[in-house]
Write a protein that binds this ligand. Structure first.
Ligand SMILES: CC(C)(COP(=O)(O)OP(=O)(O)OC[C@H]1O[C@@H](n2cnc3c(N)ncnc32)[C@H](O)[C@@H]1OP(=O)(O)O)[C@@H](O)C(=O)NCCC(=O)NCCS
Length: 455
């Protein structure tokens, strides 16, 4: 397109936005007036109750006399504290993601033989359908791996002989195949992105049938295929912590909303991936690292509370960073005093930072974590208690594991798919009603105006 034509189009788009702004203002006070649960939150900030689940519980506060009292965060998968799952796997020196996927899907911890059978099944499902990589990934690369994951999951519909059957048997087959294949899609998409957009060489390593999911990922993204058991177990730990977070988190709720219509699993999971990509959700782990790079570039003395604090104030005032006003990696819809996932990731980040000579950077993260609640309270004049969430330290851990930043949010997706699938199946098996909330219309009746009489 010629430059003048491009400029004309830009002007036209700008004018159309003005047209939109002139006719589409909703005064914020109307939300209170009509008692709209904006963001599906109650007036006290708690989430609107939208369903029942056996899969997970996220505890972040106590309710006393209808008031929200901040409390230490607790996360349980099928009633079991995630801290105990992590500790159990560490003590028994085992990988845990496969076991967590089983627990989430079926509701009970697997026996040793059930786990061995399930791990084998996952491994036998990792390969993509014939020509899928060539036709769907290599021929259509994307700069953004989350975008590629979503498109690829949707495309898998065409490679499934029975995509629309809503029976438990069919959903379970599809779910297990998706949990196994998403890491393969992620690593292929990353290789193709490297070649197409970064002009670097691509490498496709054969899958090893004895690898856990974490090992399969490291095997695929390390050029020399070399990694230590400690590194693979740490990546596995990250996957355990990201695998599930209740029915109300945006991507899982998205899965449940789509599943409530009876649509196919590929539509539901690709929509969940789109949701997770958002910077207020899973995309925050990438934004944290961008925010910290920006902060490191602007703050001279990383050891100074004053300097770091005043830069954080600028971020919240939308004068620095990406101008969203958000300190990424801080705050949560449910957690208040702490997010147990962040606590575990932080311990591991500190240990790795000591080993990698990155303590100074780790301590800067710690300083941002320490100062953010006060900065938030001061600038926003908000009494809400905030703390570091799962995304605050995960990028730092991935960086020290040599995981490229393109894969920070996709790593969240290949873990959370276990929870999405469990919730899809629960929605279809136990709920059976289409989700359909209401929107109050603020328009008044108007007369239709014939086209020649309009101004
Ligand atoms: C996670 C998050 C969406 C949860 O939000 P929430 O507790 O439900 O709070 P809301 O989104 O309703 O926000 C309430 C107010 O606090 C602000 N806020 C919340 N977290 C904030 C943060 N980390 N930095 C700055 N402001 C924040 C919001 O912008 C909003 O301000 P407004 O009323 O002027 O619009 C929010 O804390 C956030 O955006 N955090 C940063 C992104 C992030 O780390 N996401 C990963 C979540 S695991």
């Amino acid at each position: 397109m010629e430059e003048t034509q491009q400029n004309d189009q830009k002007m036209e788009f700008r004018a159309l936005c003005e047209e939109f702004r002139a006719n589409n203002q909703i005064p914020p006070e109307k939300f209170d007036l009509y008692q709209v649960k904006r963001g599906l939150r109650n007036p006290d900030g708690t989430g609107v109750m939208a369903g029942l689940t056996l899969i997970c519980n996220v505890h972040g506060y106590l309710i006393d006399d209808a008031e929200r009292i901040p409390d230490k965060g607790i996360l349980t998968y099928r009633g079991i504290n995630v801290e105990d799952i992590v500790e159990g796997c560490r003590r028994e020196n085992r990988f845990g993601f496969e076991e967590v996927a089983w627990l989430l899907l079926f509701g009970k911890q697997p026996t040793r033989s059930q786990l061995e059978g399930f791990s084998k099944l996952l491994n036998s499902c990792r390969e993509l359908p014939e020509y899928f990589a060539e036709d769907m990934i290599i021929k259509a690369p994307s700069r953004n791996i989350m975008n590629k994951l979503g498109r690829s999951v949707l495309a898998l519909y065409s490679y499934d002989d029975n995509p629309d059957d809503p029976s438990l048997e069919n959903n379970m087959r599809q779910a297990i195949q998706l949990i196994a294949r998403l890491p393969t899609i992620m690593t292929y998409a990353y290789q193709v992105k490297r070649r197409h957009f970064d002009r670097q060489s691509m490498f496709f390593h054969p899958l090893d049938p004895n690898h856990s999911t974490a090992e399969a990922i490291l095997n695929a993204i390390r050029p020399d295929r070399v990694f230590t058991d400690e590194e693979a177990k740490l990546l596995d730990l990250c996957m355990i912590l990201h695998a599930e977070h209740g029915g109300g988190n945006n991507s899982t709720f998205t899965t449940r909303v789509l599943s409530s219509t009876g649509t196919d699993i590929y539509s539901a999971i690709s929509a969940a991936i789109g949701s997770l990509k958002g910077p207020r959700h899973g995309g925050a782990n990438h934004r944290v690292m961008m925010m910290m790079d920006d902060l490191m570039g602007h703050v001279k003395n990383w050891e100074s509370d004053d300097e770091v604090g005043s830069y954080l104030e600028k971020i919240v005032r939308k004068e620095a960073g990406d101008r969203s006003g958000l300190i990424y990696g801080m705050g949560h819809a449910v957690y208040t005093l702490s997010d147990p996932r962040a606590v575990i990731l932080k311990e591991n980040a500190r240990k790795m930072a000591e080993e990698h000579g990155m303590l100074r950077k780790f301590e800067l993260f710690e300083r941002v974590e320490k100062l953010s609640p006060d900065v938030f309270a001061k600038v926003k004049n908000d009494r809400k208690v905030i703390s570091a969430n799962v995304d605050f330290y995960s990028g730092l851990v991935y960086e020290m594991l040599g995981i490229p930043s393109d894969l920070y949010t996709p790593m969240f997706a290949v873990s959370r798919i276990a929870g999405w699938c469990a919730h899809r199946i629960e929605e279809m098996e136990t709920c059976g009603r289409i989700m359909r909330p209401a929107y109050r219309s603020l328009t008044h009746e108007k007369q239709y105006i014939p086209i020649d009489e309009r101004e």
